[in-house]
Design a protein around this ligand. Sequence first.
Ligand SMILES: [Zn+2]
Length: 131
Amino acid sequence: MDNCIFCKIVAGQIPCAKVYEDKDTLAFLSIGPVHKGHVLVIPKKHHRWLWDVPAAESKELMPKLQKIAKAVEKATRCDLVVMTVVGDEVAHAHIHLIPKFHGDGLKFWPEGKYAEGEMEEWRRKVEQALK
Ligand SMILES: [Zn+2]
């Protein structure tokens, strides 16, 4: 896409701190890291959401994510790597691999609560939407 910053990175029009690249996938350091070593992994083809990526492409992605996550863990000596998809910052499918340390106080989002019986209502809504 013309005005997509990640497509411009893929095209080499904008530089990135690349850590991995193959014909379908690019991984680079986030310019706004939660912790240093925070990596973004993107399919090179533009898709708005990760769930828009065709199955044939997405099934190739998981082994690469596992490999890159292990590298982030090794390089940063973190306690765990958080893999997350947010997607409202850049409209090109991407996965965050965020090194996390015990006691770092990071909470990625506030936790809500269901009222009595409300969880079943939402469970049914999502289940129905899958049909
Ligand atoms: Zn794009």
